[in-house]
Design a protein around this ligand. Sequence first.
Ligand SMILES: CC/C=C\C/C=C\C/C=C\C/C=C/C(=O)SCCNC(=O)CCNC(=O)[C@H](O)C(C)(C)COP(=O)(O)OP(=O)(O)OC[C@H]1O[C@@H](n2cnc3c(N)ncnc32)[C@H](O)[C@@H]1OP(=O)(O)O
Length: 279
Amino acid sequence: ATIRRTEPTAGSGDSARRFGTQRVLVEPDAASGVAVMKFKNPPVNSLSLELLTEFIISLEKLENDKTFRGVILTSDCPRVFSAGLDLTEMCGKNPAHYAEYWKAVQELWLRLYLSNLVLIAAINGACPAGGCLISLTCDYRILADNPKYLIGLNETLLGIVAPFWFKDTLVNTIGHRASEQALQLGLLFLPAEALQVGLVDQVVPEDQVLSTALSVMARWMAIPDHARQLTKNMMRKTTVDRLVKQRDADIQNFVSFISRDSIQKSLQMYLEKLKQKKG
Ligand SMILES: CC/C=C\C/C=C\C/C=C\C/C=C/C(=O)SCCNC(=O)CCNC(=O)[C@H](O)C(C)(C)COP(=O)(O)OP(=O)(O)OC[C@H]1O[C@@H](n2cnc3c(N)ncnc32)[C@H](O)[C@@H]1OP(=O)(O)O
């Protein structure tokens, strides 16, 4: 994927400078050590190969810069945090493309789930499937209180199956029984339901999502990094290791599953339905 980096905006010093790429805007505040990362892949922030690649690069840059200890993930697109994996990357392409795409999805999850940074999701829009997965990799989730902002792993509604590491991430967050129901039924939760089941940590008015994320971040930043990072590692490493041990097999599984005629048909029909919704 071709990555175009955005020019820093004119400002009064480092903390006023933006950086990032075409699809991932980064607003750093060096003084507080916190950066706000905004997805900008209109119309719905679908996780295309380009967005995944730029996300990974931006995250790596922040991880390697000791100035930054915390990142808030949010959307620059109105009403959608992320529509999840890009269905056009999984439809009508060849096995080599599916393998490349899946490797990038794995890579992003691996980096996010064990990131040394404090990650907070400021969920300011709809958050299905892969969008929900990204928020689940964060240390804390704040969802805007809007009945249109549904969140959950709805893969079964598309006729596909959430991979085991999506499932593990959900189980680690809301527990086994709630995950069993949520995954089989492809549940998309309203904000109040998401809060009740523990899928998000806070639901706040829409105009307070970012300010709440910043104040929650201050609390997490007050903890010594080494102790917090080792604790996070202790909680999450087993889950990460399960995928690391079988990364190639997981890619092969994905490629053969997604290449099936029946799955391709289901995905095409789902995409058609999304398009028809407008007309
Ligand atoms: C054995 C198992 C082994 C391996 C595992 C195998 C398979 C599992 C693989 C993967 C797991 C999948 C994870 C996913 O994330 S799949 C994606 C699921 N996402 C969704 O269901 C969300 C779909 N989108 C929506 O519901 C709405 O778009 C949304 C609520 C986000 C926003 O609604 P809004 O009314 O604002 O916009 P729309 O008019 O619906 O959409 C605008 C535009 O965007 C296109 N679109 C939407 N979502 C996607 C998407 N995910 N990918 C690509 N394109 C998308 C939509 O078609 C419209 O296009 P156009 O009409 O051309 O403008």
